[in-house]
Design a protein around this ligand. Structure first.
Ligand code: SF4
Ligand code: F3S
Length: 107
């Protein structure tokens, strides 16, 4: 099992999640973070930390978010590890909760 970052992280990237991960499994792209499923130890600590409620256990993903399982695995191999909290993206609060953000994901 792993935890998965889902669509609502896109264009928000609050990064509160990285502060609590004991095994540094978050990787950072331009406007989204992912969890490396090979590193995640299912500690559950990150899930409540996300202000955008974008993190879910793999087997508890909301409808339509299954695509993010493969995306987290793929992008974790391409993007660098992030361990320090940063400022959220500009307009993060406005984008929080918007639907249809998948096509805005930058690689
Ligand atoms: Fe890291 Fe734990 Fe979240 Fe997995 S569940 S990404 S180990 S904080
Ligand atoms: Fe994204 Fe939430 Fe972390 S918005 S960067 S998963 S705190």
């Amino acid at each position: 099992m792993t935890f998965v970052v889902t669509e609502n992280c896109i264009k928000c990237k609050f990064t509160d999640c990285v502060d609590v991960c004991p095994v540094d499994c978050f990787h950072e792209g331009p406007n989204f973070l992912v969890i490396d499923p090979d590193e995640c130890i299912d500690c559950t600590l990150c899930e409540p930390e996300c202000p955008a409620n974008a993190i879910f256990a793999e087997d508890e993903l909301p409808e339509g978010q299954d695509v993010f399982i493969a995306l987290n695995a793929e992008l974790a191999k391409l993007w660098p590890v992030i361990t320090d909290v940063q400022s959220a993206l500009p307009d993060a609060d406005e984008w929080n909760g918007k639907e249809g953000k998948l096509n805005l994901l930058e690689r």
